[in-house]
Design a protein around this ligand. Structure first.
Ligand SMILES: CC(=O)N[C@H]1[C@@H](OP(=O)(O)OP(=O)(O)OC[C@H]2O[C@@H](n3ccc(=O)[nH]c3=O)[C@H](O)[C@@H]2O)O[C@H](CO)[C@@H](O)[C@@H]1O
Ligand SMILES: C=C(OP(=O)(O)O)C(=O)O
Length: 419
């Protein structure tokens, strides 16, 4: 398995261009299944999760062609409604195909995604609410086996604003026989992006950006071209890396409005940050500790919590970060402690006493954002830090080594042993 070797402390400078968002393109790729007309998607990021979703689409019969930065999907050749365990086990987002397959083929058999390193992650909200739209759903032998005669328009209220459930329901309702309202829907920018994409394909989604999404059923879709939003979590990662290393950098290719709460939180800690249209500039700053609670959008994103803890190890004083979304999302903490960070975990909270010098040591990635946190800490640490199991990073960070190298970090990826 490959490892990263980072020799710090690093000083970053220059500009980094953010990729299109993984969490926007994953549901958009699933939504391609809805249409029998070609869909052209621009600048799909080169990430493992995206490759997995494309493989899943291909297994379902979708014809895929790439020319330059445009990938064309033709789901008129769709010939299956089964997402097997072999694929789903490698990526939870495979569950996004459930809604579109039911809408298009009236049947779907999708392996249960199961839990993952960060939590149990049930899909009850997807299933109970699809049932309210008329789907008959059985769960057996590790599969969700679902069918529907006619997708009924209806009124559903999510008990929690789940991102994935909102997306699955929006896609499921595209051809329903009337007006479907999804109350307490999630507000994440990736939800808006999916809605805009569905509308570009000829669907009728309104209430975009509100807690009540309304999908009015349409008879058919049309050819569409679309490019997803920039990856706000990748941007947040570079923002925190710059602050942790006392660097000045510019981040482009992202809408700063999607990071309002993160930027305001960092500014509250003393960070000097300015925003332009599609860009963020961050400058070397003297920071103080913070009190953060992760929350659904527009709150502080759970996907940036690990990176924030890494930053807080570099900030003089105490910080408390509480994780409310996933029950097991602190696996980066023991690894940061191996570098000498002073962090205590109590229940859902991490208590960080920052400002102590970290010392290089071998450490291990456990999940995607935990990996990003370890990189931030290693960049700020004097000496050579070896980070193992970096394959987690390939799920969500395009060209990470090249991007940090261009910013001036001493970082390299080396082939490791098979363990
Ligand atoms: C591919 C993608 O976009 N992934 C993002 C998506 O994941 P995902 O869509 O899985 O996240 P959800 O918003 O659904 O999950 C939030 C919480 O609700 C719970 N829950 C969810 C569904 C359900 O049926 N029952 C239930 O109990 C989850 O276990 C979790 O505790 O949003 C998360 C929260 O912003 C992000 O961390 C992930 O990066
Ligand atoms: C948790 C994440 O992704 P997923 O929902 O695909 O596991 C993430 O992007 O941080």
């Amino acid at each position: 398995m490959d490892k990263l070797i980072i020799t710090g402390p690093s000083k970053l400078s220059g500009s980094v261009k953010i990729a299109r968002a993984k969490n926007a393109y994953l549901p958009i790729l699933a939504a391609v299944l809805l249409s029998d007309k070609p869909v052209h998607l621009k600048n799909i990021p080169d990430l493992q999760d995206i490759k997995t979703m494309i493989k899943l689409l291909s297994n379902l019969g979708v014809t895929i062609k790439k020319e330059g930065n445009i990938t064309t999907f033709d789901a008129s050749t769709l010939n299956s409604h089964e997402a097997t365990y072999e694929i789903v086990k490698t990526m939870r987002a495979s569950i996004f195909v459930l809604g579109p397959l039911l809408a298009r083929r009236k049947a779907a058999k999708v392996s249960l995604p199961g839990g993952c390193a960060i939590g149990t992650r049930p899909i009850d909200l997807h299933l109970t609410n699809l049932a309210k739209l008329g789907c008959e759903i059985e769960v057996h032998s590790g599969y969700v086996d679902a069918k529907v005669d006619k997708m009924k328009a209806g009124h559903v209220t999510l008990a929690f604003p789940s991102v994935g459930a909102t997306e699955n329901l929006m896609m499921a309702a595209v051809f329903s026989d009337g007006v479907t309202t999804i109350e307490n829907s999630a507000l994440e920018p990736e939800i808006d992006d999916l809605a805009h994409f569905l509308n570009a394909m000829g669907a009728n989604v309104t209430g975009i950006g509100s807690r009540t999404i309304v999908v009015t059923g349409v008879k058919e879709l049309k050819e569409a071209t679309y490019e997803a939003i920039g990856d706000r979590i990748e941007a947040a990662t570079y923002l925190m890396a710059a602050l942790a290393t006392g660097s000045d950098i510019e981040i482009t290719g992202v809408n700063p409005r999607h990071l309002d709460f993160v930027i305001e939180t960092l500014q509250g800690m003393g960070a000097k940050i300015t925003t332009g249209e599609g860009s963020i500039k961050v400058f070397k700053s003297e920071l103080k500790g913070c009190l953060i609670d992760t929350a659904p959008f527009p709150g502080f994103p759970t996907d940036a919590q690990a990176q924030m803890i890494a930053l807080c190890t570099q900030v003089k004083g105490a910080s408390v970060i509480t994780e409310h979304i996933f029950e097991n999302r602190f696996m980066h903490v023991p690894e940061l402690v191996r570098l000498g960070a002073d962090i205590t975990l109590k229940g859902k909270s991490a208590f960080i006493q920052g400002g102590e010098k970290l010392t290089a040591a071998p450490i291990m990635c456990t999940d995607l954002r935990a990996s990003a946190a370890l990189i931030i800490a290693a960049l700020a640490t004097e000496g050579e830090t070896e980070i193992q199991r970096v394959y987690h990073l390939d799920r969500g960070y395009e060209n990470l080594v090249a991007k940090f190298s261009e910013l001036g970090a001493n970082i390299k990826r080396v082939a490791g042993s098979a363990t």
